[in-house]
Design a protein around this ligand. Sequence first.
Ligand code: ADP
Ligand code: MG
Length: 392
Amino acid sequence: MTEPGTAVGAVAERATAGFRQWYGAEPAGRWAAPGRANLIGEHTDYNDGYVLPFALPLRTVVAAAAQDGERWTVWSELADSPVEFGAAEADQAGRVSGWAAYVAGVVWALRAAGHRVPGARLAIASDVPVGSGLSSSAAVEAATLAALVDLGGLDLAADRRPRLAQRAENDYVGAPTGIMDQSAVIRCRAGHALFLDCRTESVEHIPFDLDAAGLAVLVIDSRAPHRHADGEYAARRKSCERAAELLGVRALRDVSPADLDAALTRLDDEEMRRRVRHVVTEDQRVLDTVALLRAGRIRDIGPLLTASHASMRDDFEITVPEIDTAVEAALATGAYGARMTGGGFGGCVLALVEASSADAVARAVVEAYAERGFAAPGTVTVAPTAGAARLD
Ligand code: ADP
Ligand code: MG
């Protein structure tokens, strides 16, 4: 029932086949970038706090070759036919819309940073589910960026790439996201999670070798319709920013767990108090998770994952019935811990399980969904992989 993360071979072949079909030529190379899941640290990014994502064995592959002139032609499996744009469209944020904007945005961000971007033809295939909170958008940006940098021989160090890809999404596409997604899909290492300080943007690779420990993360795509996700995200963000202002700190990251009770007494609004409590305790849970992983105690992070979920459900109020059902069913079937991952109001749940019990946990979740009349969830078992790279 659970699909192990698919080999990169099949998706790379689809990208190549698309390239041949639409452009009648062979690609010069193929570049892949993974989707990501955030192990813990939700809604902490825009509070200058900590996150701990890892790269998934689900990949987006771009097959590409340079073409003459400042023209970019891009096709994706998701689309009927290629989209073409030139420098004029690439230089004005928003001129290319729809899915191709994620590619045009990367061209735009590179050009805005002064790079001579080669004209190119690109074909995109992907195993990253779209819109499930596993960052299919950052995967497209990162694979495109890797392709254009290599094709043009551009000088762009790995640690500067996440910011550039983020700019493509924030300023060209117009989607407000933090730096986590692009950092994860570009900088993650196999067998590790990426500990990212969203204030300083410093990263550390934390051992998270599930395979070696006989463990797996079961990712459950809730398939819940995203209900008012954009408006709710904006409201949470505003509430956190207002709270920081009232507390006289630059961001909620600056409230320590020891100061939390005193800080809460200074806020009149009960809802705002709960929002603050989530962010402050969630930052601490990230730090506690990192400490346990450093000590090689992977199974022991389970209760932190589950506590994170309770905090998102009760204090931050961003879960939905499908998500809570998946978490409860996973825990009842022996998962060490389970939580929603991503911004909320849908998206995915991850559960830390013995690799040998992943199928049983997945079955239990599917049954719990059926009992409540929810549309069937998707399930996949994963272990941490590496970030964006050239395949050949
Ligand atoms: P996610 O959580 O998957 O990142 P987003 O809404 O941020 O969700 O991004 C999804 C969008 O990214 C899609 O609607 C599409 O425009 C673009 N995208 C993602 N994957 C692909 C792909 N393989 N080909 C073309 N566009 C893609
Ligand atoms: Mg996205």
